[in-house]
Design a protein around this ligand. Structure first.
Ligand SMILES: Cc1cc2nc3c(=O)[nH]c(=O)nc-3n(C[C@H](O)[C@H](O)[C@H](O)COP(=O)(O)OP(=O)(O)OC[C@H]3O[C@@H](n4cnc5c(N)ncnc54)[C@H](O)[C@@H]3O)c2cc1C
Length: 457
C-alpha cells in the first residue's frame, strides 16, 4: 500500500526538511500552465545527498516524486497531477565556481538564471540563453526544459551550453555526466539525454555551463508597421538579410496593444506590429548589420525604423518584449498558449494560418515570437473560458499543431511537452520512436517514481 501523508512525513523528515501545511502545498501546487496538482508533501533538500535520500525512499516505498524549480514552466511539468512528493530544489542555490580562463560556470539547480547571467557578466563573461523568464526561472529548470529565448537564432538554447551535470538518477544513484572540457565523447551522451527531459529521467542538482566573452557592442533596431501586409513583408525581408542577428523578434497587433495597456514606459509607433532586431559584436560590424536590416525593413514598408540611442532606450524596448507574456495574460486570463517552431522560411505563413485557424473555430488569436529561429508563441484567446469556449480553443490548438507539422515544424521549441501537449505527441513522434523513448525511461526509472505520466500520453 502507498504511504499516506503522515507516513511520508515520518519517512522523509529524518533525511530531508519537509512541509505539509496547506500553505506550503499551495505554494508548489501549480506552475504557469494554469494547471494545479494535489501534492501530499513538499521536500526541500539543501544538498545532493538529501535529494538522493528522498529518491531512494521513493523507490523503497513506492511514492511519486515531482522535481520542481521556480514553477515558471508553461506545460505543467512541475505539477503533481498524481499527488506524491514535490521536490522543491530551490534550496540548492549556490554558484560554486566561475573559472574565467576556462570560461565555465558551475552552479547548483536553484540559482536563478538572471542572477547567473549578472554574476558572469561582472567578470566580463556572458551566458547567452535568455528566456523571457530569466529573472525568475532556475538553472535546473532551464536545463530540464532546454530553455531558449531571445538569442536562440545566433546563440542556440540551453542544450548548446551544458558541458556536464550532477544528476540524481531515478534510483537514487548520483552520477556526474559530461566533463569540464569543450569536447567529450566518452560513453553515451547522458548530458544531452538529461537536458530537456522535463524531470522524468533524473534530478539535476548541479550544471557546468560554458560561457562566451561578452560582445563589445550591441545595438537594437525597432521597426514599427502600420499594416499587416507590410509587417509580413518586413519579417520575410529581415529573415533574408545575409547575417545572423543576436535576436530577431516579431510582435503582432494584439500583443503590442496588450503591452501598451500594461506598461507606462511603452508607446507603440505603429499599430499593426513590431519587428525588433539586435545585432552584437564589434562596433563597426554592428553598425553595418543594423544598416542592412534597416534598409530591408524600410524597403518592406515599415512606418518607422529607429535605432535605440541609449542603453536605457534599448533596455526599455527589451523589457517591453519580455513583458509581453504577463501583459497578454492580464488582458486574456483565459488563453491557450503554445510554442510551435517552424522552418524560418515558414514563420510568416504560420502566423497567418494561426489567425485563420482561430477564426475557423469562432475565436481570435495572437502571435509573437522568435522569428529568427521560427519559434511562434501562438495564443488562442478566450473571453469567458467556459467549457464550451475552451473546447473550441482546444480544437484550434490541435489544428495549430497539425499546421506546424505540415509546414515541417515541431510541437514545441522550448517550453516542453509535460502535461499540456502530451496528447499531441503521436502527431509528431511515430510509435517506434515513442517506444524507444519509453524504453529509456523504463531502463532508468524501473519503478516509475520520477515525474510519471509527463511527456507521454
Ligand atoms: C513570462 C514567462 C516567459 C517565459 N519565456 C520563456 C522563453 O522565452 N523561453 C523559454 O524557453 N521558456 C520560457 N518560459 C518558460 C519557463 O520559464 C522555462 O521553461 C523555465 O526554464 C522553467 O524553469 P523553472 O525553474 O521555472 O522550472 P519548473 O517550472 O519548476 O519546472 C519545469 C520542468 O523542469 C523539471 N525540473 C525543474 N527542475 C529540475 C531539476 N533540477 N531536475 C530535473 N527536472 C527539473 C520539472 O519537473 C518540470 O518538468 C517562460 C515562462 C514565463 C512564465
Amino acid at each position: 500500500m502507498l504511504p499516506g501523508v503522515r507516513d511520508l512525513r515520518a519517512l522523509l523528515a529524518p533525511v530531508c526538511p519537509v512541509a505539509a501545511s496547506a500553505e506550503a502545498l499551495l505554494a508548489v501546487a501549480g506552475d504557469k500552465s494554469g494547471l494545479t496538482g494535489r501534492p501530499s508533501l513538499v521536500a526541500r533538500p539543501r544538498t545532493t545527498a538529501e535529494v538522493a535520500a528522498v529518491i531512494a525512499a521513493a523507490n523503497e516505498y513506492g511514492f511519486v516524486i515531482v522535481p520542481r524549480g521556480a514553477g515558471t514552466g508553461r506545460c505543467g511539468g512541475a505539477v503533481a497531477e498524481r499527488g506524491g512528493v514535490v521536490l522543491d530544489l530551490m534550496g540548492l542555490d549556490a554558484i560554486l565556481e566561475i573559472d574565467r580562463r576556462e570560461a565555465i560556470v558551475r552552479a547548483q539547480h536553484g540559482v536563478l538564471l538572471g542572477a547567473l547571467q549578472s554574476e558572469v557578466e561582472a567578470v566580463g563573461l556572458w551566458f547567452p540563453p535568455d528566456p523571457a523568464s530569466a529573472a525568475d526561472c532556475a538553472v535546473g529548470g532551464a536545463v530540464a526544459t532546454s530553455a531558449g529565448g531571445l538569442r536562440g537564432a545566433k546563440y542556440g538554447t540551453m542544450k548548446h551550453y551544458v558541458l556536464g551535470l550532477e544528476v540524481v538518477l531515478p534510483t537514487g544513484a548520483v552520477v556526474r555526466t559530461g566533463a569540464r572540457t569543450r569536447k567529450c565523447v566518452t560513453g553515451y551522451d547522458l548530458t544531452s539525454l538529461m537536458v530537456g527531459s522535463e524531470g522524468t529521467l533524473g534530478v539535476v542538482t548541479e550544471a557546468t555551463l560554458r560561457l562566451l566573452p561578452r560582445p563589445d557592442c550591441a545595438g537594437t533596431l525597432a521597426a514599427w508597421f502600420d499594416d499587416e501586409d507590410a509587417l509580413a513583408r518586413g519579417v520575410a525581408a529581415a529573415l533574408d538579410v545575409p547575417c545572423v542577428p543576436g535576436a530577431l523578434e516579431f510582435v503582432d497587433r494584439r500583443a503590442l496593444a496588450a503591452v501598451a495597456a500594461h506598461r507606462e514606459d511603452f508607446e507603440p509607433r505603429g499599430a499593426a506590429g513590431l519587428v525588433l532586431v539586435e545585432c552584437d559584436g564589434a562596433a563597426a560590424a554592428v553598425a553595418h548589420e543594423l544598416a542592412t536590416f534597416r534598409a530591408a525593413l524600410e524597403g518592406a514598408g515599415a512606418a518607422h525604423v529607429e535605432r535605440a540611442t541609449s542603453a536605457a532606450d534599448r533596455d526599455r524596448l527589451w523589457a517591453a518584449r519580455r513583458g509581453i507574456s504577463p501583459a497578454v495574460s492580464a488582458r486574456w486570463p483565459h488563453r491557450l498558449s503554445e510554442d510551435v517552431c517552424v522552418p524560418r522560411t515558414q514563420f510568416v505563413r504560420m502566423i497567418g494560418d494561426l489567425h485563420g485557424i482561430a477564426a475557423g473555430h469562432g475565436l481570435t488569436a495572437l502571435g509573437f515570437g522568435h522569428a529568427g529561429d521560427g519559434n511562434v508563441h501562438a495564443s488562442i484567446l478566450m473571453e469567458r473560458g467556459d467549457a464550451e469556449e475552451r473546447a473550441r480553443a482546444e480544437a484550434a490548438v490541435g489544428d495549430v499543431f497539425r499546421r506546424a507539422l505540415e509546414l515541417g515544424g515541431t510541437l514545441s521549441a522550448e517550453h516542453g511537452i509535460a502535461i499540456t501537449k502530451r496528447a499531441y505527441l503521436p502527431l509528431e513522434l511515430a510509435a517506434a520512436n515513442r517506444a524507444a523513448q519509453l524504453a529509456i525511461k523504463h531502463a532508468l526509472d524501473p519503478r516509475g517514481v520520477l515525474n510519471p505520466g509527463k511527456i507521454f500520453p
